[in-house]
Design a protein around this ligand. Structure first.
Ligand code: MN
Length: 729
């Protein structure tokens, strides 16, 4: 990148004039005085500041405004863009913005400021938090995301002025958070540019390799496209279809992704050759598709009709891959000018200035409603990372379209299962789901749904959900309902178990109490309700002895001691060894825990009937259960029935930036959580450390507490539970 001109040479007023010229093209009524007022205010506020490039700081906000003028946005959004860094970087407060420019502009600036204020050591946690705040801001005013995307775009364009490690961080965050966001909001123009800029920073060698490859074959490719366009244009003209045909520019990162996914070289990417036909009307699109296919045979499974069923982000187009002379293939996209515009700017179309107004606000209302719903669901989730994980499917993934038996179309994320479909129809249908038919055939609840499937849900009269369903569903809606259900039932079960444990302990100590005395003790211990204390005992967070210790202790006589010890021993002999797992309907099965996935209470589990070793308990989703030789008759339902004091062994694999005292900090954190460490192992490669810990935990909650604590150790980037067959490097 070439050096920018020195500060004095940048003419801010000329930049502003250029923006106004763009605005006048689409909005003759724009309040230019208000725009100039914003310009003067922000340029004075930032007057003394300089960018790393040496340019006046305000060139940044002006360029952001310019990008948004290209998207043809309304005056308020343009002003918010001009002043977007004022609150963060100058002495002005949000109130100053509100007084001068009104509450809409202030809202947007507030949203943008909050998002950029996120700091933290751990990139993963920071990304999740950025993402959460973005969703929150968008739910309030979706124009905020447009400003933030334009802001990030300009920062990516000028990233070469930053230190290399900052570049890496920002590019990674761009790839992980902003690119998917631009995609979800359908702003293809910004998405592609962000993606290629981040790609260049993250994998410069691959980037330049592809760039060189494309340049090398350009002439040949252009000649080939020319040979195709002419006859096609002629055929379309003869059919009376007014249209324009363009060779489509390809983006480096999408080429790279295809090469990687299909493990092929640059020479075999069909999409290097791509055509786009822009027509006047929807009918013309289908007509043109017919004409195309009569000249070039289509690949049957590569015809996609996104006009009839638009993508979740509103994208509409017909796609077809056709065979051309010489045995090559080419993808052709056909759409109307309006669809094309929308595909470039997505959600921004809603604020586009239109003569006489009348923007279609229905989609937008849907989207905002959907985001608000997500924010409500988020309250279920404590860890922002988990929230992000849940949302990923809804937000980032491709979608499939499926049908109800009545013919209604439903859109679900790729990988969704019949259970997602059931919860999509109604939470009651989800809870009572016992099976499903896909295209008339009985299918398992785990089956992945495909485009065009017709799904029929089989229900029972009573709800019968299972915690293991959490591993099966993909949508945040289904996860939300299941989590809430699990939390309620687990609480009730913990209360019951806690009461049981406590009563036994009180009995052993010969202490008689009533509930009101117990409540008093609960309150002394900081619980508002007795049930909450009992649940804590049931979950093993509070020992029964700690509770009964608050009552007058009974001193056992020597004789009583002998008798109670005898009873205890007899009891131990009579009881089967406790494994903490119950097998449906069976009482005398031998049970063991699979070493490959190390299940603990709270995990969804499934039993595998082994030859001669009873039932081995695996985590739902353990890769060893995917063995095609395993018939369904060998799987059996099992549930946790775990005594509170039982512990289970879990191996954790921690990735961290290597540094002095890392191990000490990890073991200190571990001891703060009262965790027993059985063994540990430590290896380094370059500047990364890999720490393997074998710890004893009571249940999933306990493990999550431990992992959360370990994530707080500076430098820790990733913690995984051991799972055989999954690479942890
Ligand atoms: Mn900025």
């Amino acid at each position: 990148m070439k050096r920018e001109s020195p500060a004095a040479a940048v003419d801010l007023t000329a930049m502003m004039e250029a923006i106004l010229a763009k605005v006048r093209v689409y909005n003759l009524q724009a309040d230019e005085d208000k725009l100039w007022f914003g310009f003067r205010f922000a340029s004075e506020a930032h007057a003394a500041q300089v960018r790393k490039s040496g340019e006046p700081f305000f060139t940044h906000a002006l360029t952001v405004t310019d990008i948004l003028a290209d998207l043809r946005l309304d005056v308020d959004t343009l002003i918010a863009a001009m002043v977007h860094d004022v609150v963060e970087d100058t002495h002005y407060e949000l109130e100053d913005i509100r007084q001068r420019f009104g509450k809409d502009v202030a809202h947007m600036v507030d949203g943008v400021t909050k998002i950029s204020g996120i700091r933290g050591v751990n990139l993963e946690a920071r990304k999740a938090e950025t993402y959460r705040k973005l969703v929150l801001a968008i739910a309030q005013d979706p124009r905020t995301v447009l400003i933030k995307l334009a802001d990030r775009l300009h920062n990516m364009r000028t990233i070469s002025h930053l230190a290399p490690d900052r570049q890496q961080d920002i590019a990674q965050e761009t790839m992980d958070v902003y690119v998917p966001l631009a995609h979800r909001f359908g702003i293809a123009r910004i998405k592609w540019e962000l993606e290629d800029l981040a790609f260049k920073v993250l994998q410069p060698e691959r980037y330049f390799e592809i760039e060189a490859g494309i340049n090398q074959t350009r002439t040949e490719r252009e000649r080939l496209i020319q040979r195709l366009v002419e006859p096609l244009q002629q055929a379309l003209d003869e059919a009376g279809i007014a249209c324009a045909i363009k060779g489509r520019p390809k983006h480096f990162y999408s080429i790279y992704r295809k090469m990687k996914a299909q493990e092929i070289g640059l020479d075999r990417i069909y999409d290097l050759l791509a055509l786009r036909v822009i027509t006047g009307t929807k009918a013309d699109c289908y007509h043109a598709l017919g004409v195309l296919h009569s000249h070039y045979p289509p690949l049957a499974d590569r015809i996609k009709d996104y006009i009839a069923t638009p993508k979740a982000n509103g994208y509409q187009s017909l796609h077809s891959t056709v065979r051309i002379p010489g045995g090559k293939y080419i993808e052709v996209q056909i759409r109307t000018e309006e669809m094309h515009q929308r595909s470039e700017i997505g959600i921004a179309a809603h604020w586009r200035y239109k003569e006489g107004g009348g923007a279609d606000t229905e989609d937008l209302a849907d989207m905002v409603q959907w985001l608000r719903q997500i924010m409500e669901w988020e309250e279920d989730v404590d860890d922002p990372r988990e929230f992000m994980e849940t949302l990923k499917a809804d937000f980032f993934d491709d979608e499939v379209f499926v049908f109800s038996p009545g013919g209604d179309v439903f859109q679900l994320p790729r990988g969704a299962t019949p259970l997602d479909f059931a919860f999509r129809i109604h939470s009651e249908v989800g809870f009572r789901c016992i099976g499903a038919k896909i295209n008339g055939r009985i299918a398992t609840l785990r089956s992945e749904l495909h485009n065009g499937d017709t799904i029929e849900i089989l229900t029972s009269k009573t709800p019968n959900p299972s915690a293991s369903w959490l591993e099966i569903v993909r949508t945040s809606r289904a996860k939300h309902h299941l989590r809430r259900w699990i939390r309620t039932t687990q609480f009730q079960e913990s209360v019951k178990l806690g009461r049981d444990i406590l009563e036994r302990d009180l009995h052993r100590g010969k202490i008689r109490t009533k509930d009101d005395q117990l409540l008093e003790v609960a309150q002394q211990m900081g619980y508002t309700e007795l049930d909450k204390l009992l649940a804590a005992v049931g979950r093993g967070e509070v020992s029964a002895a700690k509770v009964s210790g608050r009552f007058a202790p009974h001193v056992e006589s020597a004789a009583e001691k002998v008798i109670s010890r005898g009873r205890e021993l007899a009891g131990n002999l009579l009881r089967r060894p406790k494994t903490g797992v119950r097998v449906a309907g069976e009482d005398n099965l031998m049970i063991s825990f699979a070493r490959c996935c190390q299940p603990i209470p709270g995990d969804g589990i499934i039993g595998l009937i082994t030859r001669g070793r009873g039932v081995s308990v695996h985590r739902v989703g353990c890769s060893n259960l995917n063995d095609p030789n395993l018939g369904p008759e060998r799987l059996i339902d099992v549930t946790w029935d775990s005594p509170a004091d039982q512990t289970y062994t879990v191996k954790l694999i921690i990735q961290a930036q290597d540094r002095p005292n890392l191990i000490m900090d990890i073991s200190n954190k571990l001891s703060l959580t009262n965790t027993n460490l059985n063994s540990g192992d430590f290896a380094t490669e370059d500047d990364m450390a890999r720490v393997t810990l074998v710890v004893e935990v009571r249940n999933l909650n306990n493990l999550e507490t431990i992992m959360k604590a370990l994530y707080k150790v500076p430098g820790v980037t990733q913690i995984d539970r051991f799972q055989l067959g999954v690479s942890h490097s």
